[in-house]
Design a protein around this ligand. Structure first.
Ligand code: NAD
Ligand code: GDU
Length: 331
């Protein structure tokens, strides 16, 4: 009765592994460490270094660890890179997911939870965004995730398993106990970048576009604390184990903050008035993405506990400080 967590050496997967272990479950992490770190895999989880697209390896792990469910976080995540290297994104996010799914079906896995994204909606012209909105991704990243959702839907009809695809909005923050956080080598996320600037890792940062049709001209996003998101995965697994129907669910709080509001929160919480430039719009940025967040609450009984931008920012800043100490100690 073990959960296989692909990508569990990365940001969200390591938090989900912690949440599973905290709940008394056994966990085996499969990660190829292209982005993740061995030290990020929580103590208490078994670890296998390898690729989630390696069907033989996955079948062996399922067999050896008595795996009954899979949480699939492994993937490539940088939207602009997906525009430059689309085939690489389809390979890692779609082709490797297909292989993982094949191994899961072959081995009789009954429950599957997939990391999808708000990126599958593209640029909807209404907000909040509900799960039944049309899927019109505007990047290869979003399309690669949408294709995996479609594979899951078809495979769950043909084979004996149920699944939940969780469509994350903007994930941020870190484990409140300081056990995990975002360590990505190539950070692009707003709260991570602002936290790095506040803690002196970066000299300054930029706002990408101030001419959007929003109250302060900057883009609006729905920021969800990574530990609330990790908990949603545990609840999704329990739901599937109860025999819940396969479904897709948005993961967000249903409330948006502008880029300026986020930077203001980081300055306030850190007490550092760092330098912020104004830059051109970043290509492909939708103006406003806010989750319609009722379904996950109703179906999973999910009740977020860190639904507060300043709490998210506090945890992100604490993690950034701890990374600096870790680097000093490692040097
Ligand atoms: N971070 C976000 O805001 C966000 C938003 C929406 C969706 N997601 C999705 O959530 C998942 C996790 O994202 P994250 O932010 O933790 O990213 P991350 O880069 O920190 O973690 C991904 C992990 O997967 C591993 N990996 C990549 N390809 C692999 C492969 N083929 N086989 C085995 N391991 C592999 C990497 O080494 C890394 O440890 C991704 O699928 C991503 O698309 C993230
Ligand atoms: O230095 C920065 C970084 C970001 N931004 C702005 O902050 C907002 C949020 O940007 P992020 O990069 O933090 O997040 P995205 O909304 O672009 O992307 C997130 O949501 C996507 C779905 O919409 C994908 O799931 C993706 O993986 C996930 O990071 C955007 O308006 C962006 O232009 C800045 O102004 N300056």
């Amino acid at each position: 009765m073990t959960v296989l967590v692909t990508g569990g050496a990365g940001y969200i997967g390591s938090h989900a592994a912690l949440a599973l272990l905290d709940g008394g479950r056994d966990v085996v992490v499969l990660d190829n460490l292209t982005q993740g770190h061995r030290w990020a895999v929580p103590a208490g989880a078994a670890f296998v270094e390898g690729d989630c697209g390696d069907e033989d390896l996955v079948r062996r792990i399922i067999d050896e660890h008595d795996v009954t469910a899979i949480m699939h976080f492994a993937g490539s995540i940088i939207v602009p890179d997906s525009v430059i290297y689309p085939l690489e994104y389809y390979r890692n996010n779609t082709v490797n997911s297909r292989a993982l799914l094949q191994a899961a079906v072959d081995s009789g896995i009954r429950h599957f939870i997939f990391s999808s994204t708000a990126g599958v909606y593209g640029e909807p012209n209404a907000t909040p965004i509900n799960e039944d909105f049309a899927l019109k991704p505007i990047s290869p990243y979003g399309t690669s995730k949408m294709m995996t959702e479609k594979m899951l839907a078809d495979a769950a009809i043909a084979h004996d398993f149920n699944y939940v695809a969780l469509r994350y909005f903007n994930v941020a923050g870190a484990d409140p106990k300081g056990r995990a956080g975002q360590t990505s080598r190539k950070a692009t996320h707003l709260i991570k970048i602002a936290s790095q600037t506040a803690t002196g890792v970066r000299p300054q940062m930029a706002i990408y576009g101030e001419d959007y049709q929003t109250p302060d001209g900057t883009c609006i996003r729905d920021y969800i604390h990574v530990s609330d998101l990790a908990n949603a995965h545990v609840l999704a697994l329990e739901y599937l184990e109860r025999g819940g129907e396969s479904d897709v669910m948005n993961c967000g709080y249903g409330r948006g903050f502008s880029v300026r509001e986020v930077i203001g929160a980081v300055k306030k919480v850190s007490g550092v008035d760092f330098s912020v430039d104004l830059a051109e719009r970043r290509p492909g940025d939708p103006q406003s993405l806010v989750a319609g967040a009722d379904r996950i609450r109703e179906k999973l009984g999910w009740v977020p506990v860190h639904d507060d931008l300043e709490v998210i920012v506090r945890h992100a800043l604490d993690w950034e400080q701890s990374l600096k100490t870790r680097e000093v100690n490692a040097a």
